[in-house]
Structures are given as C-alpha cells and as structure tokens.
Write a protein that binds this ligand. Sequence first.
Ligand code: G6P
Ligand code: MN
Length: 447
Amino acid sequence: MKKLNITIVGGGSTYTAAMLKTICDYKDKLPIRKLALYDIDEKRQERVGKFAEILIKERYPEIETFIYTTDKKEAFEDVDFALMQIRSGGLKMREKDEKIPLKHQAVGQETCGAGGFAYGIRTIPDFIELVNDIRKYSPNAWIINYSNPAAIVAEATKRVFPDDKRLINICDMPIAMMEAFSTVLGTTRQKLSPRYFGLNHFGWFTALYDETGKDRLPEIYSFLKEKEILPSESEMLDQSWQDTFKQLAVMVRDIDGYIPNTYMQYYLYPTKIVEKSNPNYTRANEVMDGREKRVFSMLDEIIEKGTIEGSPIQNGVHGDYIIELVTSIINNENKIFLIITENKGAIENISSDAMVEIPCLVNANGVEPLRVGPIPTFYKGLIEAQLAYEKLTVDAYFNNSYNDALQALVLNRTIVDTPKAKAILNDLIEANEGHWPTLKRNTKDSL
Ligand code: G6P
Ligand code: MN
C-alpha cells in the first residue's frame, strides 16, 4: 500500500496527543511516510511536537519524517490527508463567545446560538485561507474537517469550493453518544451502524443497527425513559458533560420521537440552560483549567522523562473517528459514517442545497450519502429555521452585512427576541474586532 503523508492542522490542539496515539495504534492499517503538525502558535505546538517525537520513536518508528512547523509550504506540500482542527481565536475567544450571550440571558455555547455565530464568522476566513493554501501545494489532498462550528464552516466552504469532493466535514458528537449507547447495549461502537438526520449539532438518531441487522435504538429509547446514560468517553469526565448527557434522558422523556443529539438541549431548553450556567465560569474556563492543563502537563512530563512508558495517555473518540474515516477512504472500506454533506434530496423535504448531517458510505471515491426520505413536521420545522440561521450567518460574513447578522440571531431559537439579538450582536462586534470583517449597517438598521 502507498505510504501516506498526513498533516494535522491545529497541531497545538489539546486533542492532538490522543489523535497521535490513535495513529500509532492503527499503524498496520495506516502506513505513513511523513507526518506533520502545523499551527500558527509556535510555542504551544512545540510541546505537542516534542512529545510526538518521543511517541513516534517508541510506537511508530516506521514513519520516515516527522516535523512540526508554522511554515505552510513545509506543512502542505505533497500531502495526502490534511486533518483540520483549528480554533480561530483560541480558548480565550471561546470564553467571550460563551460569556457575552449569557450576559444577555441567552445561551452561551461554543457552537450553538450566538456563541457559535461569533465563532463561525471568525472561522470562515481562516478556514478558507487554509483550504486555498493546502490546495495550492497539494491539489488532490483529502481535507477532513473537524473544526467548529462545523455547520457554518461547511456552508461557507460549499459556497467557495462547490466542486471540491475531497473536502469532508465531520463531527464526533453522535459518535461519543454511540460510545455511551454501546456500553448500555453491551457491545462496541464499531459494531453499530447509525441512521440519523439533521444539521451539525442539530440532529436525531432514527435507528442503530447491530452486526446482525437488528435495530437496537428502541432499547436505548426504553432505557432513557427510565434511567440516565452517562458518557463513557474519557474526554467527557467533566461535570458539564455529565450534565449534558443527563439532559438527554430528560429530552427523551419530555417529547416522544427520535433520540436527539445532546446539543438539542440548547435549542429545546434555552431557559433552563441559562439558569444553570455561571456567567463568570463557562465551559471555556473548565477546559482551560481542566483538559488544557492536564494534557499539557502530561506532555511536559513525557518530554522530561523522554519516554511515554507509564504515562496516562489515552485515545479519544475525536481522534479515533477521524482515523477510522481516513482508513475507510484509503482501504475503500465503504463503511457508514455520519458526514456533513450537501443534501441533494437525501432528506426529501428539506432544501437540496442544505448542508445536512446524514449517514454516508465512505470509500476511495469519497462520500456517498444514503437516502433518508421525508422527515416529520416537528423536525422539519426545527431544521428549516436553524438552516436559515446558518445561511444568514454565512451571508453576514460574505456580504459584510449587519442586517444579515441580526436576522440570523433573531432566527436562532436560543435568542428569538429582536432587542436581545441586537444587544448581543453589538457586544460581539466589539469583542471580535480584528477577527470579524466590518459589518455594514444599512438604513434599516439605524431606524
Ligand atoms: C463534541 C463536539 C465537538 C465539540 C466538543 C467540545 O465533541 O462534537 O464539536 O468541539 O464536543 O468539547 P469541549 O470538551 O471542548 O467542550
Ligand atoms: Mn461537533
């Protein structure tokens, strides 16, 4: 098999170490010639890079070249796979995305509501620039995107690179849910095949087939009606993730229907979420005080000892999923993955240009969506409003339009109220100076 060149874009991420560990575990299925880390934050990436040198020497010495760099040419030349996990503005801006809406009694979340909106407008230009750079040096590379807010990134890149079949957007939330479900079912996630529809961070499971073809979702459904399912994922030990999974059971008990993605809590229970949130200490703080410190001190310790032996490094669902996807492409495995892709009739009664999250076959030719068919009114209504929000957010960026931005926020279920939307938008504009384009106000806005 041809040996691959892989670049991780966002090499300084807290997720990179676990992803590298997965790469080593998969070495028989994933032959690598060159592995590169790329980041704009040299200092942060260096700690991951020094750790990676030790890991690769001990666990995957067959990799001929390993580099970590801030140079695009070095990172993007002759690449087969670019794995994208950037965070525009870093965790410091995530903190603002979460805290500003909360100040106005609106949900403050990384990817949902006004927080996701702010993060989206920041990410679009950075992401487009990176895709252009990668395409310049490696026109045929597969670009696998994990960067958030994936819904907004997917809508924006669809507009700029409409014919790019090698740009694939994915999310691990349904996969983390499946990990938890598989524990309840006494099986493993890899033996389960999901049926699911929606938008990114806005969808529902409709079936979960095991290796015999039996749908096991009804068992999960009955279980959730009685008990809670907690995350079994090592990356989700923090209290906020435990609470999120507890809310899944509440959602299933309140409204009969399909099993929602955990992110639906922000849209279906916005009042409760705001009441439970601490406006002075959000998930960004939890991550900066928790995962970020944990991961980087572990890396520093490994670097000091010069070996990964005895270190608590674990795989995570985040890295596992992306590597499973890569192997399905290179080995033409035709496995089913949930992918954010252009609808084109898969969900029959949703517009054909929507970027939907649905099961797809993944093989050497890329992504082939499975048909979902028509969806019931409740889901259709929710999805269409959210879709309009997503499109208007991307419109706001490309048109530099204050009015598009305001319409987006008014449409978002976590906001709704126009004066509230306006107040949040004005604060976000101030906080994102230097990150956002200038949004032009037209006469309607000043009325
Ligand atoms: C899930 C989602 C990701 C999101 C992450 C946030 O994995 O699918 O899109 O970025 O959660 O996790 P964090 O632990 O950073 O809050
Ligand atoms: Mn996600």
